[in-house]
Ligand binder design. Structure first.
Ligand SMILES: C[S@@+](CC[C@H](N)C(=O)[O-])C[C@H]1O[C@@H](n2cnc3c(N)ncnc32)[C@H](O)[C@@H]1O
Length: 332
């Protein structure tokens, strides 16, 4: 085989901030990116990260990180803390002025120094309404002032193959590139709707979820509803499912197990089970449950990462032909 027929493989690089248990990291790896760096302060999360990525350079507190510490990567990701933004707090939200959500500014400081090609930011959709929309405006203005064109979209995890209703806002910023954010987040054409509009006899059929199953003589009739877990951000713990319970017919209730949590977030089973666990089972469950509830839903990020990779490859080809980049003015 001649060398000409071998296609060079493109391996884009990824640096991860507010890494948690590595939801972005796993998704970007699955999409073919190389993980270069992780930054996470929580000790339990760091045990999980070391277990899965023992060789990847790590930092703990983003406030102390300097951009020289971050190896080169085309894509930086950040799901910055949401506690001060979440509507589930049921009270005045300090928003980006809050101690935890304000860590966004530390991320922005590093972005301004290193100017990675792409940033992907995720947060609760409460970011859109925090301080009447001003916090969201600050996030996009801050990035735009650094030279990033911005696109954003709210996705619900339930549309990505997991039984969990979880709405989050995803913000893509591309350095001096006004096309890629929209190309990544939005489909250019309407797809055919994947629903049955009429039966074989041409008559309209009911949605499959409106059908009922069962036999009233032998047992109960149940509706064919597709149930989803509902993820909000809970006030007390910051853990997404602390108000979601599994209930049994006899009245008992229980919260999700960590394994169930991992499953509905798209993580492999026992992703958050440390090899070196010394905690008692209850303590360990709480740590796992909390960490997985804070994480991103892996298939959502994987979808974005794949589209980002395709867009970057296309861009590389285009950039050889195009000598000047379009002006950024008027993008937002
Ligand atoms: C919303 S969670 C992100 C979860 C992550 N996207 C995942 O998939 O697991 C925010 C994370 O920021 C971390 N964090 C909070 N303060 C930090 C700091 N000063 N430096 C680095 N990470 C911090 C928290 O421990 C938490 O894991």
């Amino acid at each position: 085989m001649s060398n000409n027929s071998v296609k060079p493989t493109v391996k884009f690089r990824h640096a991860s901030f507010f890494t948690g248990i590595g939801g972005f990291d796993l998704a970007f790896e699955r999409a073919g990116f190389e993980l270069m760096f992780q930054c996470e302060i929580d000790s339990f999360c760091n045990r999980i990260l070391k277990q899965h990525w023992p060789k990847v350079p790590k930092a703990t507190d983003i406030r102390k990180v300097t951009y020289e510490q971050v190896p080169f990567a085309e894509v930086w990701t950040a799901g910055f803390p949401c506690q001060d933004i979440s509507v589930a707090r049921m009270g005045p939200r300090s928003g980006l002025r809050g101690k935890r959500s304000g860590l966004f500014y530390d991320f922005a400081r590093l972005v301004g120094e290193a100017l990675p090609r792409v940033v992907l930011v995720e947060n609760v959709s409460g970011l859109l309404s925090s301080h009447g929309g001003r916090d969201f405006q600050i996030v996009i203005r801050t990035l735009a002032k650094l030279g990033y064109a911005i696109g954003w979209r709210v996705f619900n995890s339930k549309n990505f193959g997991v039984p969990q209703s979880r709405q989050r806002v995803y913000i893509v910023g591309c350095y001096r590139d006004w096309q890629t954010p929209a190309e990544v987040l939005f489909e250019s054409q309407r797809r055919k709707r994947n629903v049955v509009t009429s039966g074989q006899d041409g008559k309209k059929t009911l949605s499959p979820f409106k059908k009922s199953f069962g036999d009233s003589v032998k047992g109960p009739i149940v509706q064919g509803l597709a149930y989803c877990f509902y993820a909000c951000s809970a006030r007390h713990t910051g853990t997404d499912w602390s108000r979601t319970y599994i209930s049994y017919p006899d009245g008992r209730v229980r919260r999700l197990t960590p394994r169930e949590g991992e499953g509905i977030q798209g993580f492999p089973t026992n992703w958050t089970l440390p090899n070196d666990a010394t905690e008692n089972p209850d303590e360990l469950d709480t740590l796992r449950y909390h960490a997985v509830g804070n994480a991103v839903t892996v298939p959502v990020i994987q979808w974005i990462a794949k589209r980002l990779k395709d867009a970057l490859i296309r861009k590389g080809i285009e950039e050889k032909k195009v000598s000047t980049l379009p002006e950024l003015a008027g993008v937002l």
